[in-house]
Design a binder for this molecule. Structure first.
Ligand code: ARG
Length: 296
């Protein structure tokens, strides 16, 4: 069986090589413009720019007035993934709804630093990347794993958490590790890395996909599947809620979470990275994580 390890170094490399590509082409364009051309157009451009800037400023001011603050920051997520994002009617999350969790709080901190109002959209996990691409959401914070395939479609921030894909089985199950999964029915949340990896390793015909991780866990309890593959933190929550389930010690794959933005939105990406760094440096990141995950 293949083991997958997308390390921080690999993710960073991908990010760097992509950045290098776009940076390179911008430089070439600038260098191609001759000095003469530049001199000719400078004065005219300067006037244009000022007019354009004024117009843009007026627009931003109008928008700002409408929203009283500096506009909204739209986070798309799938709030079925405790402790990263989930509904809890006993709490009020950073966007004023009942959506709470580590990602919600990190996005709340980003919105606060940008002077924007956070709006959280709760949609299907496999709709998150299209939501960014269509410009309907500004960022995706969803315990989303950095993968090479996703890097083709979105840009990822610096990583803020490491995770492993874990295996949940019923307490009386004879499945003891990934090798025992061959030929068994495996439940997953549609479109997650658990789905992608398990499909790859065990074959499409052995995978049952569910809209929510908790639905896959229900199917396990009902005996419709033999195991569930899901990220370790939600796995712990789901197993903790059900006496007849156990979490296997052997992890299936290691991965890293990051916030995704639309490809090329470097302005927001830089802002997100600087907030993540600030949260790490100030100890706030540990505080947020500690609030939702109790150290073992
Ligand atoms: N880390 C996994 C992935 O990126 C699962 C994330 C699921 N997140 C969620 N909010 N449902 O595919």
């Amino acid at each position: 069986m293949k083991k997958r390890f997308l390390t921080a170094a690999m993710a960073a490399l991908c990010a760097i090589s992509l950045a290098a590509c776009s940076g390179g082409s911008a430089e070439t364009t600038a260098a191609d413009t001759t000095a003469a051309e530049a001199a000719d157009t400078t004065a005219a451009e300067a006037e244009d720019t000022t007019a354009a800037e004024d117009a843009a400023e007026a627009e931003t001011e109008a928008e700002a007035e409408e929203n009283t603050e500096g506009g909204t920051l739209i986070m798309a997520t799938n709030a079925e993934f405790p402790p990263y994002e989930y509904h809890d009617s006993s709490q009020t999350g950073p966007d004023g709804t009942d959506i709470v969790g580590i990602d919600a709080e990190i996005a709340g901190a980003i919105a606060e630093k940008l002077g924007k109002e956070l709006v959280i959209e709760d949609i299907a996990f496999d709709s998150l990347i299209p939501e960014l691409q269509s410009g309907k959401a500004d960022l995706v914070a969803a315990g989303m794993t950095v993968t090479e395939d996703r890097l083709v479609n979105v840009d990822f921030s610096d990583t803020y958490a490491t995770a492993v894909q874990s295996i949940i089985v019923t307490s009386d199950s004879e499945i003891a590790g990934p090798d025992d999964l061959a030929g068994k029915k495996i439940g997953v949340q549609q479109g997650t890395t658990g789905d992608l990896y398990a499909t790859d390793d065990f074959g499409d015909e052995n995978i049952d996909r569910y809209p929510k991780g908790v639905d896959a866990v229900q199917a396990l309890i009902q005996g419709k599947v033999d195991a569930v593959i899901i990220d370790n933190e939600p796995a712990k929550v789901f197993v903790g809620d059900n006496d007849n389930l156990k979490l296997l010690d052997t992890a299936y794959a290691e991965e890293e979470y990051a916030i995704a933005v639309k490809k090329g939105n470097t302005e927001l990406l830089d802002q997100i990275n600087s907030v993540i760094q600030e949260l790490k440096d100030s100890g706030e990141m540990d505080e947020i994580i500690g609030k939702y995950i109790t150290a073992e």
